[in-house]
Ligand binder design. Sequence first.
Ligand SMILES: Nc1ncnc2c1ncn2[C@@H]1O[C@H](COP(=O)(O)OP(=O)(O)OP(=O)(O)O)[C@@H](O)[C@H]1O
Ligand SMILES: [Mg+2]
Length: 266
Amino acid sequence: MGTAAGGSLLACRNVSKHFGALAAVNNLSFELQAGEVLGIGGPNGAGKTTLFESISGLNPATGGEILFEGRDITQLPPEAVCHAGIARTYQLNAGFDSMSVRDNVRVAAYFGRDNRVIPGFRFGRAVDDQVDEALSLVGLSDKHAELFGRLPVVDRKLLMLASALATNPKLLLMDEPVGGLNPKEIDQIMNVVRNIVGRGITIILIEHVMRFLVQLSSRVLIMHHGEKIYEGSPQGLVHDRNVVDVYLGEGASQRLGALLEGQGAG
Ligand SMILES: Nc1ncnc2c1ncn2[C@@H]1O[C@H](COP(=O)(O)OP(=O)(O)OP(=O)(O)O)[C@@H](O)[C@H]1O
Ligand SMILES: [Mg+2]
């Protein structure tokens, strides 16, 4: 066990985040190996986003430790976490409305790769290459000149993803990437995530859309009241009594079970 932590990309050990008396994340531990896709689910208010806030340094943990490539990042500021190789997307869409798609991603690529105390006058070739690659990976190359503020929701989500990718992350945290999207758009994002995995980027994704979560994840973790109530295979999830009772419900778990069986057979 002692050496396992050394080999993992990310290790959360007894991580807690207290807001006053509320333990939004309570003594949570898990490890992540490079190349995995870890799916995190659980009811509203379970502490999923708060966990991301702590990993990404936006709202540091109040207890426990977070190791990235063996290095303690628990108290690092967000820009240092990003420069270490962790990028994230947000539950609500974030972007610069009056800037083009391309310029939005350029800002992320420029500031996300390194410390930029005094911005230069030009972005430079390396940054532009990174931007092109990120836009192509999410399928937004054709829309590079459009303004963020004019984009439909699905494209805003893809742009936020491109901005995260442009920082060249080893680990990508995605908070509800398909919330509010229709089934066709969900499939579109699913394909993009598969392409990202194909590039060797490790992923943690939070999602309420369970078919998205179970089809993409190699392992699933379910949170409830800040604690882990399940960690294991997507298949095991649908048969876990506790998870079915507090989160999935009978109908959804049966539908997911059938979906996973179909996948296994195909
Ligand atoms: N900055 C904050 N100050 C006080 N309480 C907070 C703060 N941020 C989150 N909380 C509380 O922490 C708990 C966990 O919230 P969190 O947003 O992490 O849940 P979640 O699992 O992401 O839920 P959802 O699925 O609705 O996005 C909630 O009770 C929430 O009200
Ligand atoms: Mg949330």
